[in-house]
Ligand binder design. Structure first.
Ligand SMILES: NC(=O)c1ccc[n+]([C@@H]2O[C@H](COP(=O)([O-])OP(=O)(O)OC[C@H]3O[C@@H](n4cnc5c(N)ncnc54)[C@H](OP(=O)(O)O)[C@@H]3O)[C@@H](O)[C@H]2O)c1
Length: 436
C-alpha cells in the first residue's frame, strides 16, 4: 500500500517507516521541514504542519491507500479535530485504513484492576485530557466507510530512545537512578520495533472501528526500569523515588503526573485477533544490556546485520550473567561450545575441555552467589571473522539489590565467541581482575 505517514521523522515514526517498507509498503512521509533526510526508507515526501490543518489539504491524494497518523496532538482540540477531518475525509467511501495513534495514558490510573483491556472506559490524565474525544472522532469515520483504527501504545522503549532514555539521562546526571510518584508504580511497555509491527498488522488487518493496546509487558515495576536505567548509565546504585511535586519542578506538572501513573494494561487482544507477536527483549533487559548501552564494534560494516550479530553476542553475555546470578549450572554450561572450550577463571585456574568446565561449575556455582553477585557488560566486540568474535566485558561485583560493592575490584573478562549452527557460543574465556 502507499501509506501517508505523519510523525515519520520521530521515534516511533522511524521504526514504523522501517517496518512498513520491510513489509513491502511505500511510505510517503508528511513532515514539517523540507530539509534532506538521509537513510530513510521513504518512497516520497510531503511538507505539512499538523498545527495548521489547512496545510494538509490535498495531502491525501487518490493514490494514497492508507494513512497512519503519528504526529502528536497540538494541544488545541479544534485544531486536532480539523487535522482528522483533513486526513480522513479523502478516504471516505473507500474502505481504506486510517490508523490513529493515541496512548494508554487515556485510561488513567488502573487501580486494583489487572491488565485492563480495550473495553475499559477512558479516564484520561490531564496531559492527554481531550485525546479520547479525538479517538471517538476517528472511530466515527468507520460509519463513513473508512477503516478507522486506534492504536494505544504503552511506554515505548528500544533503539536507545523514548521515555526510558530520559531515565538513563537523569541517572547519569544525578549519579543515582530515580523514578517518580510512589514506590509501586508500574508501566505498561512496548518495544518500538514490536510496536511498529503492530502498526503494520493494524494497517493490513484491523477491522473498522477497532481500538488496540500496543503493550508487550502489562505492568513493569518502574523501580526495576529505573535500576536498569541506572545500569545503562553506568550507575549501579539503588533507585530512589521522587515525589510528583519534585518531579514537576523538572518536567512540568503534566508530564510528572504521567511519569508517576500506575497502570496495568493488557495487550492480549491484538495478539489474539491480529496475530501480533512481540518478540523483542523486555524493557529491563533492553536497558541493562541492549540499545541503551552502546558497544564499540570493530571488524564488521555498520548496518542492521552487524547490529543483529552484536545483539546476539550480548545475549550470550547476558546469559552468562543470568546463569551466574541465579546459580543455574546447566544454563551456564549451555553458553560454552562443546568442542575443546577453555576457560581461565578470575583466579587463574585454567579449565580445558567441556568436561573440566562442567565438573568445576557443578562444584563451585551452587551457593557461590550467597553473599553477592556480579553484572557483566559488553564493552567492545571485534569480529575477527564473521563467525568469530573477540569480546571485552566489564564485570562489576554487586549486592543482590544491584548496587555496586565499592571495595571489590572489577573483572575484565575476555571471550572468544564462535558462531556455529546459527548460535554464538564461548570457545575460550579468560577473566582478569582489574587492579588500578
Ligand atoms: N513515545 C511513547 O512512549 C509514546 C507512548 C504512547 C503514545 N505515543 C504517541 O505516539 C506519537 C509519536 O510519538 P513519538 O514518541 O514518536 O514522538 P516524537 O519522537 O516526538 O516524534 C513526533 C513526530 O511528530 C512530528 N511532528 C510534531 N509536531 C508536528 C507538526 N506540528 N506537524 C507535523 N509533524 C509534527 C515530528 O516531526 P519533526 O521532525 O518535524 O519534529 C516527529 O516526526 C505521539 O502521538 C505520542 O503521543 C508515544
Amino acid at each position: 500500500m502507499k501509506v501517508l505517514l505523519t510523525g515519520a521523522t520521530g521515534y516511533i515514526g522511524s521504526a514504523v517507516t522501517d517496518h512498513l517498507a520491510a513489509a513491502g509498503h511505500q511510505v510517503v512521509a508528511l513532515t514539517r521541514g523540507a530539509e534532506q533526510q538521509s537513510r530513510r526508507a521513504w518512497h516520497g515526501r510531503l511538507v505539512g504542519d499538523t498545527a495548521d490543518p489547512a496545510s494538509l489539504a490535498g495531502a491525501v491524494t487518490p493514490d494514497i491507500e492508507a494513512v497512519v497518523h503519528l504526529a502528536p496532538p497540538s494541544g488545541d482540540v479544534d485544531v486536532d479535530i480539523a487535522v482528522i477531518e483533513a486526513l480522513a475525509a479523502p478516504l471516505r467511501g473507500t474502505g481504506r485504513p486510517f490508523v490513529y495513534t493515541s496512548g494508554v495514558w487515556v485510561l488513567g490510573a488502573t487501580g486494583e484492576a489487572q491488565e485492563v483491556g480495550e473495553e475499559t472506559p477512558t479516564d484520561p490524565i490531564d496531559i492527554v485530557g481531550y485525546r479520547p474525544l479525538i479517538e471517538q472522532r476517528v472511530l466515527a469515520e468507520a460509519a463513513e466507510r473508512v477503516r478507522a483504527v486506534v492504536v494505544r501504545p504503552g511506554i515505548v522503549y528500544g533503539r536507545g530512545g523514548g521515555i526510558p532514555a530520559l531515565l538513563v539521562d537523569r541517572a547519569r546526571r544525578q549519579g543515582a537512578p530515580e523514578y517518580y510518584g510512589e514506590e509501586g508504580v508500574r508501566w505498561p511497555t512496548v518495544h518500538v520495533d514490536d510496536l511498529a509491527e503492530l502498526f503494520v498488522a493494524a494497517l493490513e488487518r484491523a477491522e473498522a472501528g477497532t481500538v488496540w493496546h500496543g503493550v508487550g509487558e502489562s505492568a513493569v515495576p518502574v523501580r526495576d526500569v529505573a535500576r536498569a536505567a541506572g545500569r545503562a548509565a553506568g550507575v549501579l546504585a539503588a533507585p530512589h523515588v521522587v515525589t510528583v511535586e519534585r518531579a514537576a519542578e523538572v518536567f512540568g506538572p503534566l508530564f510528572a503526573d504521567a511519569l508517576a501513573l500506575d497502570q496495568s494494561v493488557s495487550g492480549a487482544a491484538v495478539r489474539r485477533v491480529l496475530g501480533w507477536q512481540p518478540s523483542r527483549p523486555g524493557v529491563v533487559t533492553e536497558l541493562a544490556s541492549g540499545s541503551y548501552r552502546p558497544v564499540e564494534v570493530f571488524g564488521a560494516p555498520e548496518g542492521p546485520e552487524t547490529d543483529a550479530e552484536v545483539a546476539a553476542v550480548r545475549r550470550v553475555v547476558a546469559e552468562v550473567e543470568h546463569a551466574q546470578q541465579n546459580e543455574l549450572v546447566d544454563r551456564f554450561l549451555s553458553v560454552f561450545r562443546r568442542q575443546d572450550p577453555v576457560w581461565t577463571t578470575g583466579h587463574g585456574k585454567r579449565l580445558s575441555g567441556f568436561e573440566e568446565i562442567e565438573t568445576f561449575t557443578r562444584k563451585v556455582l551452587p551457593g557461590a552467589m550467597a553473599e553477592s553477585t556480579a553484572v557483566y557488560d559488553v564493552e567492545r566486540v571485534l569480529f575477527l571473522r564473521p563467525d568469530v568474535a573477540a569480546v571485552n566485558v566489564r564485570q562489576q561485583p554487586v549486592r543482590h539489590d544491584g548496587t555496586r560493592i565499592a571495595d571489590r575490584p572489577e573483572g575484565r573478562p575476555f571471550y572468544i565467541l564462535v558462531k556455529e549452527d546459527g548460535a554464538w557460543r564461548i570457545g575460550a574465556a579468560q577473566n582478569t581482575v582489574a587492579v588500578d
